[in-house]
Design a protein around this ligand. Structure first.
Ligand code: KIV
Length: 282
């Protein structure tokens, strides 16, 4: 239970039909708790862009911001396998730049694997990253980095042609050497079929129960994503309401002089204070 999770652990879990638990984290204290809770994979997703930085979509998040948060998460993780998302800007230029940027996630962010979006369309980048010896996680189905407007966040692969394209992308990624696959927002039958066609673990988000594991954005699970609640997420907590009422109670205590009390205050010894008071009181 306490051995660090590796790609081989995930492959064994798939072979033994044991479900894999993945979740996103963007900071040290959250990662520490998730690791203690026994999740198998912690992903520093580029959803950071939206849920933490308040940017529109996942594209604008910078490489530096991703590295900054990834390094913080790394400090909280001892057992889970740490995955980092390669942000859009990191791999659009050419495969050499992609490899150099991916390497930074291992060296500066301490990740155990890097995830990037797309299948055959990203062949040259996928092949270059794998050839450079970096464990790579594929991502097919809904590709948030390709979404330009909010209404494009929708289920993919509902037509036979679209489903076949996703299957071929998944097979390509396995053949190219990916260690695992994220399947995002695709019909559950399609996710089940892909999971049976590839030997590498499939980690679903909005892809049903037949995947080898599940991943969710922590903000969706604990109710921190504002009013937005994706259909595929289950809410375990209403943290936004609890945080807001804690801050309101603090504000009320300060205004009414109920905080701080002597319990939260510090005092000087009598003679020391008398000396200061004597000098400064007129
Ligand atoms: O960025 C992200 O949060 C993701 C999801 C698949 C969890 O990539």
């Amino acid at each position: 239970m306490n051995d660090p999770v590796t790609a081989e652990t995930l492959h064994r879990m798939k072979r033994e039909s044991r479900k894999i638990v993945a979740i996103t984290a963007y900071d040290y204290p959250t990662a520490l708790l998730q690791d203690r809770a026994g999740v198998d994979i912690i992903l520093v997703g580029d959803s950071l862009s939206m849920v933490v930085l308040g940017l529109e979509g996942t594209r604008p998040v910078s490489i530096e911001a991703m590295l900054h948060h990834t390094a913080a998460v790394r400090r909280g993780v001892t057992r889970a396998m740490l995955w980092g998302d390669l942000p859009y800007a990191a791999y659009q230029e050419n495969p050499d730049v992609a490899v150099a940027n991916a390497r930074r996630f291992f060296e500066e962010g301490g990740v155990n694997a890097i995830k990037l979006e797309g299948g055959r369309a990203m062949a040259s980048v996928v092949e270059a990253v794998v050839a450079a010896g970096m464990p790579l996680v594929g991502h097919v189905g809904l590709l948030p980095q390709s979404v330009e407007r909010a209404d494009q966040f929708r289920v993919q692969g509902r037509s036979a042609a679209a489903a076949e394209a996703i299957i071929e992308d998944a097979k390509f990624l396995e053949a190219a050497g990916a260690v695992a696959l994220v399947l995002e927002c695709i019909p559950q039958q399609l996710a089940g079929l892909i999971s049976s066609l590839v030997a590498i673990p499939t980690i679903g988000i909005g892809a049903g129960l037949a995947c080898d594991g599940q991943v969710q954005v922590i903000h969706d699970l604990v109710g921190l994503a504002g009013g937005f609640a994706p259909k595929h997420a289950k809410r375990y907590l209403d943290l936004a309401a609890q945080l807001q009422s804690a801050v309101e109670a603090y504000r009320d205590d300060v205004v009414a002089e109920r905080f701080p009390t002597t319990e939260q205050s510090f005092t000087m010894k009598g003679p020391e204070w008398d000396a200061v008071r004597r000098k400064y009181s007129s």
